[in-house]
Write a protein that binds this ligand. Structure first.
Ligand code: NAP
Length: 242
């Protein structure tokens, strides 16, 4: 049994470290960041070329199961994997870390809606943590933005008042408090990514009385089997192998 592990997350790396070398796995990364943290075991990097490319690749590489441990907002990859596995009748699991508790946050369905909330509420100092592809809806805002991204934003035009902070988590509570305070932030805009590595910003915002606008996750494709922890994913693989 050869398993494709769709990665790009801490959970995917933790899963690879637990499965390799007992199971025949190959991890896949999109190749978005120049120096990715590599998972244990064999790794391939780069897109498959859409649904057709993925179908071809699975056949060429004699894959018999797919575990999708991509980020909860990597909806295109998740949709492609679900579609191809359903077509091929291939065992398929989604490992999606539990979402954060959004109580107290303004919940929105997209980054565009988040930009509307920022404008409507007249927030003036925004901590924007929606990733490099999540900046474009804010470009016409007059507010000041602290844009924290791992790699530079995709948007050609950025908000007229901004600072880009290139950094990669994990982040701790004390540093997040200091960042929010030093930059006089009045609203935090975040995806509901879940996970412990970047959760401290939420506790810091709550304790400092800073508003939070949280973008809900895209829905999983209908009918997929999903688990929330690495342990559950290991159990699924072990049952499949047995
Ligand atoms: P996406 O929008 O769902 O996917 C866009 C395209 O990127 C896919 O159609 C696929 O290209 C390629 N791709 C994505 N994940 C891949 C993987 N693990 N292996 C090979 N190809 C992959 O994905 P995204 O939101 O840009 O995220 C890209 C990667 O960054 C993912 O692996 C994800 O786990 C990680 N990540 C994403 C976020 C986020 O907020 N979205 C945050 C942290 C990490 P083809 O169609 O050519 O196959």
């Amino acid at each position: 049994m050869r398993i494709l592990l769709l990665g790009g997350t801490g959970e995917a790396r933790a899963l690879a470290a637990r499965l390799h070398p007992d199971y025949d796995i190959i991890s896949s990364l999109a190749g978005r960041v120049p120096d990715p943290a590599l998972p244990a075991g064999p790794v391939r990097i780069g897109g498959f070329g859409g649904v057709a490319g993925l179908r071809q690749w699975l056949g060429d590489n004699e894959i018999s199961a797919v575990v999708d441990a991509t980020h909860p907002f990597a909806a295109t990859m998740t949709s492609h994997a679900a579609q191809v596995c359903a077509e091929l009748g291939m065992p398929h699991l989604v490992l999606a870390r539990p979402p954060w508790d959004a109580a107290g946050a303004v919940r929105v369905g997209s980054d565009v809606e988040a930009a509307h909330v920022v404008a409507d509420q007249h927030y003036s100092r925004v901590f924007l943590t929606t990733g490099r592809s999540g900046v474009a809806p804010f470009t016409s805002s007059r507010a000041w933005f602290l844009i924290r991204v791992v790699t530079p934003p995709d948007a050609v035009v950025l908000p007229c008042n901004h600072e880009v902070l290139l950094s990669r988590g994990p982040y701790d509570y004390a540093d997040e408090c200091a960042l929010l305070r030093d930059n006089r932030i009045d609203v935090l805009v975040t995806k509901n990514s879940g996970g412990e590595l970047t959760e401290a910003k939420l506790r810091a915002a709550a304790d400092l009385g800073i508003a939070v606008v949280m973008i809900d996750r895209p829905a999983l494709p209908a009918g997929v089997h999903a688990v929330g922890t690495v342990d559950e994913a290991i159990d699924w693989v072990a049952r499949l192998a047995a």
